[in-house]
Design a protein. Sequence first.
Length: 205
Amino acid sequence: MQLLTYPIIGRDLTTDADFMDLALRIAVDAGTRGEVPIGAVVVHEGEVVAFAANRRERDQDPTGHAEVLALRQAGRRLGSWRLNDCTMFVTLEPCPMCMGAALNARLGRLAFACRDPKAGAAVSLFALGNDDRLNHRLIVSEGVRREQASALLSQFFAGLRNPEPADAKAQSLHRLFHGSPIAVASVELRAEARLAEVNPGAEAA
């Protein structure tokens, strides 16, 4: 299976921190396009099989969360909706809808960067990954790149309260995570192009 890579990383991805870095870079790109900056990456046997950012605003779709889109991509790529052997890395603790999607996908493990005290359904408000009443459990871990993910969300919402030109917003978000302004093409287009390359019949998320 061909490894999906993200061009600006420039190295193989092997650790939880590597995969969360990818999710964060995807989140940064989403934030520059006016989406809440959340990124998700699905890994199977050490290889990235899917990644996505929020598209709720672009598609006007209430289910257009990064986690749902990434799980859909992973199912198509692997040819099965059962993702028992997969780990999903996401920059923010999933909401009840996204945890429900992960459970229905039989996801093996979830790793998130920072908690969501208002909507988190992995540990904050609910612990749906370890609920005896449900027919599936998944391993939940947290904290990898917590500070970076939290800072990214804080800066994004501060920008909503104090609007700035789109170009300035993009540069400030890129500086926050990358350390200096860089030109980043649409992660979404890269993801779709790369998925099409390895699976020409895949439908865009």
